[in-house]
Structure formats: structure tokens, C-alpha cells
Design a protein around this ligand. Structure first.
Ligand code: PEP
Ligand code: MN
Length: 362
């Protein structure tokens, strides 16, 4: 994969004063009041370059809130006139593109669900032929760098050279603290193969909840990403979409003030390898949790069975057998004896506790 991309440097078309590009605004435009109130509060922070809002929302089920449509673009224009902020919306088809252009939206973005479909990306690209507008391209929902790069190449091929890739995480195995696993090695690989392409990070969709956003934002800056797109709302609790992950403009301001911007140029190959290994560790930890939780479910089942049959919880002979057996397996696999003993004792203690709870409940 060696794409021949013609990319204009970010600072040639947007002035961030050498700082990371900051984009914020609500997941969805809900009303003129909500949009303007959020935008005013964001503008007051003096930290923002671009205001975002979803006008057409890709939702899993048909009766969920699907966005306000074209009227949102009229409100967005008011935001621009009042605050001076650039504006950006998600477009998923040719009609969206035409309407966004008609209402002077400054930057378009293509969402994760659209990037998975090359037909859709191509249709958007064809509508943009001859138009000079920046386009941001989110990674596809699934961890496929070719699809992501392919969408960027399609845009570039019709002449869009103001391009930004947005890393918003990937759908992964079930149990993870993240809504979308970051898999940092993928954006790092994109950076390696397309070094001139700016990449910003969307911690909101990676995290899915407020409390992880700061650490993911710091991580993005530590990996020399070019900016952040973070969802914000003047009243996150009552947001119509993605309520758990939106933050207030004030919170955003405080958080941005705490973030450390490092200027050191890192070694991409080193970072890539490190992130690959860390992703593997994350995956194994997830599996470890699943195995432990499955083991405890079985322990509960045994507890019920013992109770029904009037058998005591602790059976010393069985436990001594378990210890000897697991110690032998574990030490053969290279695990430390003392560590193993501690781990097995801890698991056993928890198992006894759970069965005692079952006996007590009845
Ligand atoms: C969004 O930014 O509101 C959105 C829908 O994100 P994604 O396409 O990353 O799911
Ligand atoms: Mn959202």
C-alpha cells in the first residue's frame, strides 16, 4: 500500500496557531436554542476552531431520533455568523452534500457507517467533483485500514486535497471499557503510510462515556495526532443522542487546559510496535475477564446444586486437588509459584464467598 495522495498541509487552510485542531459541538443539532446556546458557550472558551453538529443521524433503529435535517443547516449558518466559528456536518449521500454546500457549511465529514461502503463514498466523491471544500473521513466501524485509506483516496482522486482522517475507534469484542476500541496501531500505521495526511482523534466515540475522554485525548496528543473532535452539549444529560459521552463546554475548556501538548517527534515504527503489543494485551485482559466471569457463573451453579442436595460448601479434598493440579499446569507454563498460589487462593476465596451468599439467600 503506497498511496499517491496530494494533501495540502492543515495549516495552509486552517489557522490553529501551531496548536492541535479542536472541533466540538453536539452529537446532533436538536433545536435552534440548543445549537446556539452550545455554540455560544463553546466560542467563549476561545479554544475552538470548528463547530460540529450532526444534522442527519445514522441510527440503528428507525424510530430513534434521526436528526433535524435541512433546518439544522439554517441554525448552523447562524452559529457561523454569530461566533465566527467554521462549521462541519456529517454527509452520507449526494443529497446531504448538495444541501450542505447550499447552506455554506465549511467542512464536510463522512461517518464511520458510510465509510464501510465504497459505493456511498464514491457517490459523495462524484458530487464533490470540482468543489473546493475540506473533507474529514472517519475510520470505518470495522478495523480495516484499506477501507479507510480507500475512502481517502476516492476523495483525493476527484480533487479534494484538504483532507483529514478522523480516528473514532473500532467495533471490537464485547467486554471493553470503550464503546469503540482505540487500536492505536491502525491510525499509527495510517500515519506511517500517508505521513502528510492530518489525523485527528474523536475521543467521544472511542470512549462512549465522559470519564475516559481526557485520558484518550492526552493519549492522542502524546501520539502526535493533529487534533481532537469532541462532542459537547450545554445540557449533556438531556441530549437526544449520545448523552453519556457528551461534555459541557466548560468541562471541555478545563480539560483542554489540563492537556499537555508535547512537541517531541517520536519514532513511528517504535510506537506502532508498542501499540500492537498493547492491543494484544488489552484483548487478552478482556478474555481473562470473560473466563473469570464464566468460572464464577459455574461456581454459582455448583453452589445452587450443593444447597439443593445439602452438601457443605468447602470440600477440602477437592480444593487440595485443585491447588496441586493448577500449580503444576501453571508452573509448567512459566508462571511464578508464589504468584500462582496467591492467584488461586484469591479465586478460591471469591468462589467460597459467592457460594456462601447463595446459601444465605435461601
Ligand atoms: C458522530 O460523530 O456523531 C457519529 C455519528 O460518529 P461515527 O460516524 O463515528 O459513529
Ligand atoms: Mn455521536
Amino acid at each position: 500500500m503506497s498511496p499517491k495522495l496530494k494533501i495540502l498541509p492543515l495549516n495552509d487552510w486552517i489557522d490553529t496557531n501551531g496548536l492541535p485542531l479542536i472541533i466540538s459541538g453536539p452529537c446532533s443539532a436538536e433545536s435552534e436554542y440548543q445549537l446556539l446556546k452550545t455554540a455560544r458557550q463553546l466560542a467563549e472558551t476561545n479554544k475552538l476552531h470548528v463547530f460540529r453538529a450532526g444534522i442527519w443521524k445514522p441510527r440503528s433503529r428507525p424510530n430513534d431520533f434521526e436528526g433535524v435535517g435541512e433546518q439544522g443547516l439554517i441554525w448552523l449558518k447562524k452559529v457561523k455568523e454569530e461566533t465566527g466559528l467554521l462549521t462541519t456536518v456529517e454527509v452520507a449521500d449526494a443529497k446531504h452534500v448538495e444541501l450542505a454546500l447550499k447552506h455554506d457549511v465549511d467542512i464536510l465529514w463522512i461517518g464511520a457507517r458510510t465509510v464501510v461502503n465504497p459505493f456511498s463514498v464514491q457517490a459523495i466523491a462524484e458530487t464533490l467533483a470540482g468543489v473546493d471544500i475540506p473533507v474529514m473521513i472517519k475510520n470505518p466501524v470495522n478495523p480495516d485500514i484499506k477501507l479507510w485509506l480507500g475512502a481517502i483516496e476516492r476523495m483525493n482522486a476527484i480533487g479534494i486535497n484538504k483532507l483529514i482522517a478522523i480516528h473514532r475507534g473500532f467495533h471490537y469484542f464485547e467486554k471493553s471499557p470503550f464503546r469503540n476500541a482505540p487500536m492505536w496501531e491502525i491510525p499509527i500505521e495510517l500515519k506511517r503510510i500517508a505521513p502528510r495526511l492530518p489525523i485527528i482523534v474523536d475521543p467521544s466515540h472511542i470512549c462512549g462515556k465522559q470519564n475516559l475522554i481526557e485520558s484518550i485525548s492526552q493519549k492522542a496528543l502524546d501520539l502526535e495526532m493533529d487534533g481532537l473532535m469532541i462532542e459537547s452539549h450545554f445540557d449533556p444529560d438531556n441530549a437526544l443522542t449520545d448523552a453519556a459521552q457528551q461534555i459541557t463546554p466548560k468541562y471541555l475548556q478545563k480539560m483542554l487546559e489540563r492537556l499537555v501538548i508535547r512537541h517531541k517527534r517520536g519514532d513511528l515504527d517504535f510506537q506502532h510496535k508498542l501499540e500492537e503489543l498493547r492491543t494484544e494485551v488489552d484483548k487478552l485482559d478482556g478474555e481473562l475477564m470473560q473466563i473469570l466471569s464464566k468460572r464464577m457463573e459455574l461456581i454459582d451453579e455448583i453452589g445452587e446444586y450443593k444447597r439443593e442436595n445439602d452438601i457443605t460448601i468447602l470440600q477440602m479434598k477437592r480444593w487440595a486437588g485443585i491447588i496441586a493440579d493448577r500449580m503444576s499446569i501453571g508452573t509448567h507454563m512459566g508462571l511464578d509459584k508464589v504468584f500462582l498460589k496467591k492467584l488461586l487462593t484469591l479465586i478460591h476465596k471469591e468462589s467460597i464467598q459467592r457460594q456462601e451468599d447463595i446459601f444465605r439467600k435461601k
